[in-house]
Design a protein around this ligand. Structure first.
Ligand code: 3HC
Length: 311
């Protein structure tokens, strides 16, 4: 019966077994994976947009090539994740339509504009830095296809993180105007990045169950603290200021304590009311419509190839 199956399933999770697509899984486990993995895939896909704006404006050919490579990686990450979703028996187009209809969530951070070249650096350094803190544990997630997708993704994220840090360092070592540009961008990106880890543990409806199932390995606040402890010294090293007057190092715990996070802003942004939500979804929708002929041509080519092979 179902209770025995569920108990056996939980024992497998507790033993550290990987759950594979052909294995029995509780409906709730599958739905949680569908929710988290689809939001994750959409985030990678929408995540290309703020930086994509700067591709034709990069200050040198070298920076342009680096940025192009990073954005291509993000498209690749979303493809791994959409493929991992297919292993749960869902249709890729159906999942994607939920993004295009504005129904699906993706990370809050991508609804902010990249106003200057320094913002491109902040996205790499801070956002990808946060993504690494969040995703390295996910490579030990209980669902095999999700965990395996994370391994390659995290290796690439580490290149993204370093190019972001390098970009910001160059600005900080430049003219006073360039240094100011970096500080202004940090002021814009710090708080939205701290929010990336999701609501505080006591307000996170999914965490407890997801952690029991080994889908998430650490709570939102645990990972947020890790990111803060890791990033604040880097900010100080560059001679920049964290835009938080309440930030302090607790000598006893060895952890940085941050000021109050504006969770109202977070809710507004994830419910579609951020600065760029409409623009982001609109531009994905345009790309889908304008790319229709490519999908049709690819399908036509594939069916001709198949017919040729069969003949
Ligand atoms: N942005 C948008 N929505 C968020 C959010 C965020 N930062 N954090 C939480 N939420 C949403 C949840 O999706 C959930 O909404 P729902 O009930 O409608 O599905 C609600 O807020 C409650 O949050 P919970 O904490 O209960 O939700 P989770 O247990 O799913 O935890 C999470 C949220 C920590 C974001 C988790 O889903 C997770 O670890 N996801 C995978 C990480 C991810 O998506 N990474 C994207 C990286 S993109 C990237 O790296 C691009 C870069 O290369 C530029």
């Amino acid at each position: 019966d179902i209770a025995t199956l569920e108990a056996g399933f939980q024992q497998r999770i507790d033993r550290g077994d990987k759950i594979e697509p052909q294995d029995w899984m509780p409906e709730g486990y599958r739905n949680t994976l569908l929710r988290q993995m689809s939001q994750h895939a959409h985030s990678e896909y929408v995540g290309m947009l703020p930086e994509g704006f700067w591709l034709t404006r990069a200050p040198s050919l070298h920076r342009k090539c680096v940025l192009l490579a990073k954005i291509q990686d993000e498209a690749g990450h979303s493809q791994y994740l959409y493929s991992a979703l297919e292993s749960l028996g869902v249709d890729r187009d159906g999942i994607y339509q939920q993004l295009l209809s504005g129904q699906a969530k993706y990370l809050n951070i991508f609804n902010y504009p990249a106003l200057t070249w320094a913002d491109v650096g902040m996205i790499g350094w801070l956002t990808d830095g946060a993504a690494i803190v969040n995703q390295v544990p996910l490579s030990r997630s209980s669902y095999g296809p999700y965990a395996r997708a994370m391994v390659r993704i995290c290796q690439e994220e580490s290149f993204h993180h370093r190019q972001g840090f390098d970009l910001v360092r160059k600005l900080v070592e430049g003219t006073p105007e360039q240094r100011q540009m970096a500080q202004d961008a940090l002021n814009r990106w710090w708080w939205p990045t701290v929010m990336v880890f999701g609501p505080p543990d006591e307000d996170s409806p999914h965490s407890r169950r997801s952690m029991q199932w080994g889908i998430k390995l650490y709570s939102n606040d645990t990972l947020r603290q890790k990111f803060v402890d890791q990033t604040v010294p880097q900010i100080h090293h560059l001679g920049l200021t964290v835009p938080d007057p309440d930030l302090r190092l607790n000598e006893e715990t060895g952890h940085y304590e941050i000021g109050r996070i504006d969770w109202d802003e977070f809710s507004r942004v994830i419910q579609g009311g951020g600065q760029c939500n409409r623009h982001r979804v609109g531009s994905r929708r345009r790309a889908w419509e304008q790319g229709a002929w490519v999908r049709e041509a690819a399908a036509c080519h594939a069916s001709k190839q198949a017919a040729r092979q069969a003949g």
